[in-house]
Design a protein. Structure first.
Length: 318
């Protein structure tokens, strides 16, 4: 294998076979890993099976498990970059994209698995639309249901309020109300949306240079922010259901549930402050701030107190 100059701070284990075949592969698949164990290996195996000509770049955020115990033939076909510390999702994406050479970037979570060609439908769609914009595929839960976050509206304060009060549940297919989740009637056709999920989406590498992920988001919210900022620059965001993956969801967060919960609500607050706070009064913003952390508090208590008690009771019953 020919040698390639390393970038500063990288620990590069191997380089892609696709890069050897072509000066510029069509697609670079970026996987950000953190303690996903065997899920990463299954993800990579499915990528090698259904996207054999893609460049694969795995950025590892200082995992402490065995997720990087990859087979030797796998190591010959991927580029593995080990970070000495967990830099978060957004910063990892930006760094990994700089290591890519493909025309298009496909973000893929390590706890996803493909069962069919999941790349060509997205490439064909984005090429038919001027090689611009962001396209997200269908993300399916293990039980076969659609993961609603894979195509959604931008969560405005009004949409969030309607969801929290339960009003949006009474009118799930309304075209007049600003909904948090989009109607199910749109699941099987390509259409423009407010945002797609960072767990499975494609965009031109040039767009990533113009609109890098905002690194103030450590975990959660960065995909919403990315889509919203791109759309403000005239880029379209599409949901394309002709490509799909199965998503286990939240595998890397299971070891640190409280930290993940804090990141989620902190990102909600950052997203609101960045995109909506300037439109409202100080009093309104204060209410939003209180509401966000009021939502977080009972869930933190549940994970800190109730879940451990349930585990103890189950162990006693066993």
């Amino acid at each position: 294998m020919s040698s390639v100059k390393r970038r500063p701070g990288e620990n590069t284990t191997a380089f892609t076979l696709a890069a050897q075949r072509s000066a510029q592969p069509k697609v670079s698949i970026v996987v950000i890993n953190y303690n996903t164990g065997s899920y990463l290996r299954r993800c990579v195996a499915s990528v090698l099976k259904f996207a054999p000509n893609a460049e694969i770049v795995i950025w590892d955020n200082a995992s402490s498990d065995d997720s990087l115990v990859l087979q030797s033939q796998t190591l010959e076909t991927v580029r593995l970059i080990r970070s000495p510390r967990n830099v978060g999702f957004a910063r990892a994406v930006n760094a990994a994209v700089k290591a890519c050479s493909g025309e298009f970037i496909l973000l893929l979570n390590p706890d996803t698995e493909a069962r069919s060609d999941f790349v060509s439908p997205l490439v064909n769609f984005i090429e038919r639309h001027g090689r611009r914009g962001i396209v997200g595929g269908k993300v399916v839960n293990p039980d076969g249901s659609l993961e609603k976050a894979c195509r959604r509206a931008i969560p405005t304060p009004t949409a969030a309020l309607l969801r929290l009060t339960g009003i949006s549940l009474l009118f799930p297919n309304s075209r007049r109300l600003p909904l948090y989740n989009l109607p199910d009637s749109t699941n099987d056709r390509a259409h423009k949306v407010g945002a797609v999920s960072g767990s499975f989406c494609m965009f031109p590498r040039e767009l990533a240079k113009r609109v890098p992920f905002d690194e103030q988001f450590f975990l959660f919210g960065e995909d919403l922010d990315f889509c919203l900022r791109a759309s403000k620059l005239g880029e379209s965001v599409w949901f394309v259901p002709f490509a799909s993956v199965i998503h286990q969801k939240g595998v890397s967060m299971r070891r640190r549930p409280i930290f993940s919960l804090l990141c989620f609500y902190d990102s909600m607050l950052k997203f609101y402050k960045k995109h909506f706070a300037s439109r409202h009064s100080l009093a309104f913003n204060f209410v939003v701030f209180i509401a966000i952390w009021a939502l977080a508090f009972p869930k933190m208590i549940f994970r800190l107190v109730v879940l451990p008690i349930q585990c103890v009771l189950k162990s006693l019953e066993g």
